[in-house]
Write a protein that binds this ligand. Structure first.
Ligand SMILES: Cc1cc2nc3c(=O)[nH]c(=O)nc-3n(C[C@H](O)[C@H](O)[C@H](O)COP(=O)(O)OP(=O)(O)OC[C@H]3O[C@@H](n4cnc5c(N)ncnc54)[C@H](O)[C@@H]3O)c2cc1C
Length: 418
């Protein structure tokens, strides 16, 4: 989002300096070298509705790096792998009566057709889903996934937010029976390198490993930012860092606004990445509902992006305050070794070439009913200051495309302000 802000500010004819705390660009979409393969730390797929991303790829002359794959979704449930994600799979799914299946299918279909989310804004997702699909289908198909992803926040999720996810994935299809997902040849790096290159070419300055310590305000106007180099004066400051860091970074903001930022809950992720000698399943996305497995799914990335190896992501979503988040990587890696064999009993220990874990503290904001009403405006009442993060594109879920769109919008707001 910060890169999109910087790119758009330059495009509007102004100068820009970008501060990144990490030693590399990309935040959640950054990559690393894993067993000789350069790959994103966390799984990423692109959907057909990601138009703001496609527009920017065009502008950066890298639209030809966008690739589409026919992907399959699966469900590990009742001790076996099952097809999932299309009407045929739904009809074949065991343990559900026909009426529940028809109700489930109707929910999936109407979700792709709905465009107005306002009526869902003040409804909680569990009530909404139970009403649509019934208790039995909810308990079998949704409850395990929700509880492993959202934990104690499960009863208080916005139905509008869950609907937006259903729609984004549900409309990324070639036909009723064929899902189609995208990726960038070269991964997110292709995009990050192109946009950073364009920013530098146009005179923008990018500082890595330089966290902003404070955003300084005086007399109702932003003055600049404090970094290890002291105060750097700017007449506009746009913050796109995760919201939980903001209140401490802008101590001069009114307490009510800082409290509103602090009140947004987040889930952390510990993501285990595995390099296998062989495919685990034929699925890109495998939902899991099994009492002995405490992750909501496995993402077999190489079934989306054939990058020359069999790569699986296993995400543990954990509240950051939970003691498990303090566990060593080995705690999660050992679990994943067991889960892989549960899903594919024929997998041998020697089939795991490499396994590693990474973690991100603020990986997923929790969007509760009436979420947008809780967010302070992007301009929190201080001239020249603009603040947002991934939760500001509610009801849409976090995505590169939404971050691009919001970043560009914030830049235009900043430039227009008198
Ligand atoms: C497990 C997982 C799976 C995902 N899957 C997908 C997917 O399939 N498709 C998709 O489109 N998106 C996906 N996303 C989301 C996508 O990665 C994010 O929406 C996007 O990267 C958000 O970018 P951002 O810049 O808004 O925020 P972030 O990536 O959070 O970036 C914030 C940046 O701020 C920096 N920062 C923090 N504090 C400071 C400071 N004081 N000073 C300077 N810099 C600071 C951080 O280092 C970071 O680089 C996924 C994310 C995760 C975690």
């Amino acid at each position: 989002m910060g890169l999109a802000v910087a790119y758009e500010i330059l495009k509007q004819g102004h100068s820009v300096t970008l501060y990144e705390a990490d030693k590399q660009l990309g935040g959640m979409s950054a990559s690393f070298v894993f067993d000789g393969i350069r790959i994103e730390r966390y799984y990423h797929f692109i959907c057909k509705s990601d138009q703001p991303l496609f527009d920017l790829l065009e502008e950066l002359d890298i639209a030809d790096s966008l690739r589409w794959s026919e992907t399959r979704m699966g469900y590990y449930s009742q001790g076996a792998l099952r097809d999932w994600g299309d009407p045929r799979a739904l009809l074949k799914f065991p343990g559900l009566d026909l009426i529940s299946k028809l109700r489930y299918g109707l929910l999936a279909f109407t979700s792709t057709k709905r465009s107005d989310w306002r009526k869902l804004d003040n409804v909680d997702a569990v009530t909404w889903l139970r009403k649509w699909v019934g208790d039995r289908a909810y308990d079998l198909l949704w409850r395990p996934l929700f509880e492993l992803k959202f934990h104690h926040f499960t009863p208080n999720l916005s139905a509008a937010w869950i609907w937006a996810r259903l729609k984004r994935v549900g409309t990324s299809r070639k036909s009723l029976l064929q899902e189609e997902m995208g990726y960038l040849n070269g991964g997110s790096d292709t995009f990050l390198d192109a946009i950073a290159g364009r920013i530098r070419d146009q005179g923008g300055v990018i500082h890595l490993s330089r966290p902003v310590k404070e955003i300084v305000i005086a007399a109702g106007r932003v003055q600049g930012v404090v970094t290890e180099e002291g105060l750097c004066v700017y007449d506009r400051v746009v913050s796109t860092i995760p919201m939980p860091y903001v209140a401490a970074m802008v101590p001069a903001l009114p307490p009510a606004i800082r409290r509103a930022y602090d009140s947004i809950n987040n889930i952390a992720v510990v993501c285990v990445l595995v390099h296998l000698t062989e495919a685990l399943t034929p699925y890109f996305w495998l939902n899991i509902s099994d009492p002995d497995i405490d992750i909501p799914g496995l993402i077999e990335y190489s079934n989306l992006n054939p990058l020359g190896g069999h790569i699986v992501y296993a995400p543990f979503y954990i509240p950051g305050e939970h003691p498990d988040f303090q566990q060593e990587d080995a705690f999660f890696i050992d679990k994943v070794r067991r889960y892989l064999v549960t899903v594919k009993p024929a997998l041998r220990e020697s089939g795991i070439l490499k396994i590693a874990a990474g973690r991100y503290r603020y990986a997923q904001p929790i969007c509760e009913p009436e979420f947008s009403a809780r967010l302070p405006p992007v301009n929190p009442g201080v001239d020249g200051l603009f603040i947002a993060d991934t939760c500001y594109y509610y009801p849409e879920d976090r995505s590169i495309s939404e971050s691009v769109q919001l970043g560009r919008r914030m830049a235009r707001m900043a430039v227009k302000e008198k």
